[in-house]
Design a protein around this ligand. Structure first.
Ligand code: PMP
Length: 457
């Protein structure tokens, strides 16, 4: 079709890309991959090269690429009703709210937005307003963690605990305090794994007291810090934080943007830890990224204080929030997850991946391997004794060697000064055992390249 761009060759596309497009994270990348198609767990670029999508895009294409029935669901909804303002209702929105509540095991109200960042902004605003209307208007602070990522907007970035993402944009949304993450490999409290008093969780009580409980609105946490380096907490960490929150009337916001919708091996990450959050935020996996959508789920009884009319309204609207086609896509995506039992499959693939990754643990530069559901982080060090974080060029080498062999993997971004040393994996739930073998074998080959002595050495 003339004008569609399909007729352009690669050089023309790259020329126009360099001329017009502003990329995310690396705006001046002169040689971006140009993806053209996807099927299952595999992507094809403009040169016809095939790659295994070891990160499911950005931790999101959970049901895999090329799902015809999702495209159909979007097309049908767009033909039937493209748009309806979100202060009214529509059929896919109603059905999806019921379904999300069911996946959360009941008891929540669902507010739809467009992105993970949006969902967290909504959570912060609801938490503050809730306290206001409950007669505690001084509760405005949020406690988050260093290394966490909660989004790119001024509030969500305020909650984010990765210094290099924040400098140059400050001042951000204020009122965000950060505490040390539950990082057992490098315990911030100097304890040995399995032999600690979980000071990482107890720290919440200290911070709440030091700040003054009457000023603290909520804590926000991912069940497992994902993009910040796959930091898996001790088993009872979330439960202990929940207890502390209850003791001080502090709300618990759980960011399930990555962990939600099966990535953790359960429907939601927090379900692995036996806690009930007050607010749950979700995005990515809700549509497997076929269309933008996010949600903020709020405890039913909290919703009561917003129902009284007038001043109690939550005066927040965004035009595209809960877009009908996105809701239809989410419903089809969840139907696929249920029909193909992909949450169970994510759990068993995750177990299998954990076992297979053992093969890499004796590599001299592999400091720690951490997994959670179908998420893995491989922390590279200069040597196992000192645990000095591996230099960024070593990670770049592994990533590029994997790519040469047809495997796309990720790493925690260039965001935590001195600690950009965790390779990440988050493959689609439709990955096969053979493909897991391919991932581990390829990683092994790429890591082996780090041991070749430099010429002349
Ligand atoms: N929370 C977490 C845990 C995330 O990983 C992300 C995105 N990587 C976000 C929030 C923000 O989501 P979005 O990019 O859709 O705004």
């Amino acid at each position: 079709e003339a004008g569609s761009g399909v007729e352009w060759d690669k050089e023309t596309l790259l020329e126009k890309d360099r001329q017009y497009l502003w990329h995310h994270i690396t705006p001046h990348n002169p040689n971006p991959m140009i993806g053209v198609s996807g099927e299952g767990s595999w992507l094809t670029d403009i040169d016809g090269n095939r790659y295994f999508d070891g990160m499911s895009g950005l931790w999101c294409v959970n049901v895999g690429h090329g799902r015809e029935e999702i495209a159909q669901a979007a097309a049908e909804q767009m033909k039937t009703l493209a748009y309806f303002p979100p202060y009214h209702s529509h059929v896919p929105g109603i059905r999806l709210a019921e379904k999300v509540n069911e996946w959360l095991e009941g008891g929540y109200r669902i507010f739809f937005s467009n992105s993970g960042s949006d969902a967290n902004e909504v959570a912060f605003k609801i938490a503050r307003q809730y306290h206001h209307q409950n007669g505690e208007p001084t509760r405005f602070k949020f406690i988050s963690r260093h290394r966490a990522y909660h989004g790119n907007s001024m509030g969500a970035l305020g909650a984010t605990g990765q210094a290099n993402r924040k400098t140059k944009y400050e001042p951000l949304g204020t009122g965000f305090q950060h505490i040390a993450p539950p990082y057992c490999y490098r315990c911030p409290f100097g304890q040995k794994e399995g032999d600690c008093r979980m000071q990482c969780a107890e720290a919440y009580e200290d911070v709440i007291n030091w700040e003054g409980a009457e000023t603290v609105a909520a804590v926000i946490m991912e069940p497992v810090i994902t993009g910040g380096g796959v930091i898996v907490p001790p088993e009872n960490y979330m439960k202990r934080v929940r207890e502390i929150c209850d003791k001080y009337g502090v709300l618990m916001i759980v960011d399930e943007v990555i962990c939600g919708f099966g990535r953790s091996g359960q429907r939601f990450g927090h379900q692995n830890f036996g806690v009930r959050p007050d607010i749950v935020t979700m995005a990515k996996g809700i549509t497997s990224a076929y269309s933008p959508l996010s949600a903020t789920a709020v405890r039913e009884d909290m919703y009561e204080v917003f129902k009284k009319g007038g001043d109690s309204h939550f005066r927040h609207v965004n035009t595209f929030g809960g877009n009908p086609a996105s809701c239809a896509v989410a419903l089809k995506n969840i139907e696929i997850l249920e029909r193909e039992q992909l949450v169970e499959r994510s759990a068993s693939l995750g177990e299998s991946l954990r076992g297979k990754l053992e093969a890499l643990k004796d590599h001299p530069l592999v400091g720690d391997i951490r997994t959670f559901g179908l998420i893995a982080g491989i922390e590279l060090v200069e040597d196992k004794q000192s645990k000095a974080p591996a230099a960024p060029d070593k990670l770049a080498h592994v990533i590029s060697e994997c790519k040469k062999r047809g495997l796309l993997i990720g790493k925690n971004g260039d965001t935590v000064p001195g600690f950009n040393n965790v390779l990440t994996l988050s493959p689609p739930f439709v990955t096969t055992e053979e493909e897991l073998d391919f991932i581990v074998l390829t990683l092994g080959e790429a890591l082996a390249g780090l041991l070749v002595p430099a010429e002349g050495a």
